[in-house]
Design a binder for this molecule. Sequence first.
Ligand code: COA
Ligand code: AMP
Length: 631
Amino acid sequence: MKYQEAFRESLENPGAFWSRAAEQISWGRKWDSVLDSSNAPFYRWFSGGVLNTCYNAVDRHVEAGRGDQTAIIYDSPVTGTVKKFTYSELLERVSKIAGFLKSLGVQRGDTVIIYMPMVPDAVMAMLACARLGAIHSVVFGGFAPRELAVRIEDAKPRVIMTASCGIEVQKVIPYKPLLDEAIKISAHKPEKCVILQRPQVAAELKDGYDFDWAELEAKAQPETYVMLAATDPLYILYTSGTTGKPKGVLRDNGGHAVALYWTMKHIYNIGPGDVYWAASDVGWVVGHSYIVYAPLLIGATTIVFEGKPVGTPDPGAFWRVISEHKVKALFTAPTAIRAIKREDPTGQYLKKYDLSCFECLFLAGERLDPDTYFWATELLQKPVIDHWWQTETAWAIAGNFKGLEFFQTKPGSATKPMPGYDVKILDSGTGQELGPKENGVIAVKLPLPPANFVTLWQDDQRFLESYMNPYPGYYLTGDGGYMDEEGYVFVMGRVDDVINVAGHRLSTGGMEEVLATHPSVAECAVIGVADDLKGQVPVGLCVLKAGVTQPHEEIVNQVVKMVRDEVGPIASFKKAVVVSRLPKTRSGKVLRGTMRKIADGEAYTTPSTIDDPTVLPEIEAALTTIGYAKK
Ligand code: COA
Ligand code: AMP
């Protein structure tokens, strides 16, 4: 089947399209209906079906006689380790981890938070939860205690699993103090914590509350998988919304397994036994889908890489891993490629390695700028595929295909809508569908395909208000852009207050909430400005309370530290400036978009709704002092 036929069938007859895909998954009981629309927009895929995701990702490969095949390669330049786990070994460890979680009281439907660095044990912990029917919520290690606490309060985990430390190039970051602090400030307290002691740092354990992972695993009884409803939750993954309160994206079991399996063959051209590498982190959706679930569902080998594109030890790290482990496809963010390009513009490091095994580079997480696209294509002499997706969707909304059909690429475009996604461009004011080359908000006509989020964790109302109510019958992606006459999708960036820093999604609203608590700050705004390496970085503008005499430099240093301490280093919030006022509309809305254009040195028009246009030159002058607003 080629793209056009697949795309048409997926929209006209989703039942036929997805039930065929579902044949690839092992079910305890087949579904009653492929798509249940009775409670739209809360659509349900494979209602009545029964399965276990962990069984499909691990056990069944062992049962099929492929237990000796490598499931996970842990490659950690920061610790000098390369370790392989076969599917049989993975099954043994996951069963034992499930066993000790059960002995700690974790049952089907309970939540478990996993706050871990990029070690294989993190993957195993996720699978162990899936085995028991417990709902995991992985929190990225670069988040500060306050962010972790917000997630603990919302997910209310029975148990938290962590490691004694993470390693950032040469910095060893003890995790246990961060976890202790988060539990202290959270209203919800988990019953127990499990700590993986790493040799670099020994965490102090509280008797009867903190448990040593290795000790628990050594004495655990292996636990088998629990059959679950296809519609039972698999995981919650928090992502940034426009406010400081993150959104708990909820994903179910059945549709997730079906769609992710489909993507491996058709998008990535990966089958059983192939080596596939998503150079991301288990804390992000890319990590959930393409480090853990999709490659294991199809029986491939996945790589858990604890390192960076540069500095571990050099910009050849990615090429070394590809060549050493015979990687067929690499998935990373454009920012990683820009980091390599900056340190090795002529590709000298690449020349050291044999990349004949390598077939294709996949990029996502932020807009792929044409410069990076051309540089990577030229360097690798292999296809470079941009694909656009979100935490909410779990897989690409638009992209190109290595398996189904490869289209001529257009730099700046994520290529074609994926089967299952009826992508439309809407006029933001009227909600009318727009024609080719007309810019608007990007929406997807409902229903969304399987694996997409089913709601926000215990917040149906926010699910409706944020995504479904603005344009009834459509899912609002939050991105803006256009489609051309040939149906290529061009994603130009967020239309809300979400920014993308090094492929990481962050809320400017959340950072503003932190700045606003500084005693000298009366009001503030955080905007995402263009950055050569990270795509965007946040910059703060602070208006001080009347009578404040504190030196501006001191205030700036303090707010920078506050964001680092309260949101986390991953926010990359390094610059702020004091201004006498902020530009606003007559109704009091801060004109962040106009400030962003000024900061980026772009041409801008003074909005007709502005309260006082004389503020704009002041903003421009202030941003110039910190290196922005250069024409
Ligand atoms: N635990 C603790 N701290 C972390 C962390 C973690 N898991 N991950 C990142 N941090 C810290 C970093 O050490 C850094 O701290 P610093 O301010 O003290 O230097 C800060 O958070 C910002 O991290 P990062 O965005 O990774 O910036 P960097 O300058 O260290 O590296 C890149 C730049 C481009 C190499 C890096 O951003 C990268 O590899 N990006 C790829 C992104 C990616 O894979 N995205 C996933 C979506 S597909
Ligand atoms: P996240 O939920 O963290 O995966 O971030 C999703 C957001 O990242 C999207 O809403 C887009 O703004 C951006 N994004 C992801 N992939 C792409 C892409 N290929 N092109 C443009 N923007 C992208």
